[in-house]
Design a protein around this ligand. Structure first.
Ligand SMILES: [Zn+2]
Length: 115
């Protein structure tokens, strides 16, 4: 199936441009920068959010459930630098997630199948 929204970019000289190309391989014209909307949203999110996130907020940022976030962390899928454990009272540990690291990690993995 063809994905919607993925359009073949064509230069003014009618050369089809490879995806992500900055310059036309034929005439060298600069391709107008096309920002990915997801990136823009995330940049805005990072600016709005605290550098440290509570689990519920982190799950929202990653667009996964809190349960899934817990799973990823306890299974070691989530890199250690993405979160910190603060000793709480008793057995409880307080988990805080690092916003920047979390988003960097998110950009490297495909969470679309993770729920
Ligand atoms: Zn061109």
């Amino acid at each position: 199936m063809l994905q919607k929204g993925v359009k073949q970019m064509v230069c003014l000289c009618k050369t089809k441009l490879p995806e992500g190309a900055r310059f036309c391989p034929e005439c060298g014209r600069q391709v107008p920068a096309r920002r990915e909307p997801v990136e823009e949203t995330e940049e805005r999110v990072v600016k709005q959010l605290d550098p440290l996130l509570k689990p519920a907020e982190a799950a929202r940022v990653l667009k996964i459930s809190r349960w899934m976030l817990d799973e990823l962390r306890t299974r070691g899928v989530l890199p250690r630098e993405c979160y910190m454990e603060i000793p709480g009272s008793g057995k409880r540990k307080i988990i805080r997630y690092h916003t920047k690291e979390l988003l960097t990690w998110k950009g490297q993995v495909d969470l679309s199948t993770a729920g």
